[in-house]
Design a protein around this ligand. Structure first.
Ligand SMILES: [Mg+2]
Length: 207
């Protein structure tokens, strides 16, 4: 019996091209500063690296993992993107998301598990108007671990005191979100974005 539904955040609970662009710009500026190169050169370096990493992580490759591979620590990257933009400037309350999650909340505990940092995650959940619905929010800051390391999700479910088969992981990237959950014997639900989350309340089903 499923007790907990664990959601990825970015690309799963919202999709927003301005925020995607801000993440990209923040990454280019951060690497330009770190390596003392131009923003254009940083862009070329990062996008070339992302293209190389696609077979491992699927498309698109998270910036957190890309920047780590070119020598920027996750802590440093998070400091840079927190200072660069605020998701609250680009997101608004999503009533359909709120309604769907509220229905699910009557039957399940809800959690977030994201590679994003705690500051941007809180800003995002606040802007969407759904922060109060999550029993637990796991970010990079919680255990200093990143998906697809299965240890991240293993530690989270241990802390929530549930077995893998009592959890369903809902996410938009199979290789990053769902494959590690699958390996632990959790249920998974692949979504294309928030429109699939709106439907979950009336049709919750996972593999
Ligand atoms: Mg995602």
């Amino acid at each position: 019996m499923i007790k907990v539904i664990i959601f990825d955040l970015d690309g799963t609970l919202y999709q927003n091209s301005e925020i995607s662009n801000k993440f990209a710009e923040a990454a280019y500026h951060a690497i330009a500063k770190l390596k003392n190169i131009s923003v254009d050169e940083a862009k070329q370096l990062i996008e070339h690296k992302r293209a190389q990493m696609r077979s491992t992580y699927g498309d698109p490759v998270p910036y957190t993992l890309t920047l780590r591979s070119v020598g920027m620590s996750t802590e440093h990257w998070h400091e840079e993107n927190i200072a660069y933009f605020d998701p609250r400037d680009y997101l608004k309350e999503d009533e359909r998301l709120l309604n769907s999650l509220s229905v699910l909340k009557k039957q399940y505990r809800l959690a977030i598990l994201t590679n994003n940092n705690s500051v941007q995650t809180n800003r995002t959940l606040e802007a969407l108007g759904v922060k109060h619905l999550f029993d637990k929010v796991y970010t990079y800051n919680t255990f200093k671990l990143l998906k697809p390391d299965p240890e991240f999700v293993r530690r989270a479910i241990q802390e929530m005191d549930v077995r893998p088969e009592e959890c369903c992981f809902v996410g938009d990237r199979y290789n990053v979100d769902l494959e590690p959950a699958r390996r632990l014997n959790m249920h998974v639900c692949e979504v294309k974005g928030p429109s699939d989350i709106y439907a979950l309340a009336r049709d919750f089903r996972c593999d």
